[in-house]
Design a binder for this molecule. Structure first.
Ligand SMILES: C=C(O[C@@H]1C=C(C(=O)O)C=C[C@H]1O)C(=O)O
Length: 277
């Protein structure tokens, strides 16, 4: 039998889900950025994948999620950030990460809601893009590493997260956390990703059992996961721990409501049907 292929973004924020999942015994991983994984799942080159929530919603006629897995947050996420050198309401040009489907759509929604309509350009890169754009949207490892690089010291509490910095050439640099903005508008969690399969290919229960066991181990040993990821990214371990314990990995009722509210916000249907597994 060929291996059952899991699509995994190699991001610190997903590591608690797969750090303790062994490849082998019928399971293989394929790593990619979310936009690649989205495509691979539809094309059939992965079988069960973490996919961008927006991509799932836009393709809900073809995809179906697991009932109890998410990459979500209530309030700040720290790694889905618009870094900008002009105030939010005065943005004219924004460079968008090409790694994400969800955060790109979320940013557009949030800016439109405030009557802001900059020109958007897909770009790969980091803060150096601010030489050419008023803002740059980053997600995942690049976003958390960039944010960590700006911090002078590690905040002691989630209530003390600096949002204003001095950027290149002494200019003001703002960091807008999109999940926090979503929370301020809706008071709901924001779901960034779900595990999904194609609708005609139910997930094998044994694979789901192994995923759940791996998540239990990952969350139960978060310090170990954070240590590995902090070293990989070169960010302080305490910051990585703080970052990871803030995620919601279980797609609970408030997360589903957040997902449904996001669907409505962007004009997509919310099927709300999950695998019974
Ligand atoms: C919160 C994040 O979650 C990720 C964001 C995704 C997206 O925007 O498409 C997809 C997978 C998640 O792991 C992040 O990477 O910062």
């Amino acid at each position: 039998m060929p291996d059952y292929v899991l699509g995994v973004p190699r991001y610190a924020n997903t590591a608690p889900l797969y750090h303790f999942l062994e490849q082998g015994d019928g399971i293989a991983f394929r790593y990619g950025v979310p936009t690649e994984l989205n495509r691979w799942l539809l094309e059939g080159s992965v079988d069960l994948s973490l996919v961008s929530s927006y991509f799932y919603l836009a393709n809900a006629d073809k995809l179906r999620p697991l009932p109890d897995f998410s990459v979500a947050d209530l309030g700040p996420v720290y790694s889905v950030n618009l870094f900008h050198t002009r105030p939010w309401r005065e943005l004219r040009s924004v460079a968008l990460t090409t790694e994400s489907a969800t955060s790109v759509r979320l940013l557009r929604y949030l800016l439109e809601a405030d009557g802001v309509e900059p020109e958007y350009t897909g770009e790969q890169g980091g803060l150096e893009l601010l030489e050419r754009y008023d803002g740059v949207l980053l997600i995942g490892d690049r976003a958390i590493a960039t944010y960590a690089g700006l911090l002078e010291r590690i905040p002691e509490s989630v209530h003390h997260i600096p949002r204003e910095f001095t950027g290149p050439q002494g200019a003001r640099l703002w960091v807008s956390d999109l999940s926090m903005q979503w929370y301020e508008r809706t008071r709901l969690p924001f779901v960034f990703a779900v595990w999904a399969t194609r609708r005609d290919e139910p997930p094998p229960p044994e694979v789901v059992r192994r995923l759940r066991a791996a998540r239990s181990l990952g969350l139960g040993n978060l310090a170990a996961v954070a240590g590995t990821e902090a070293e990989r990214l070169g960010v302080p371990e305490r910051l990585m721990q703080h970052y990871l314990w803030n995620f919601r990995y279980h797609l609970e009722a408030p997360d589903r409501l957040g997902l449904q509210t996001f669907a409505r916000a962007v004009g997509l249907p919310y099927p709300g049907d999950y695998w019974d597994v």
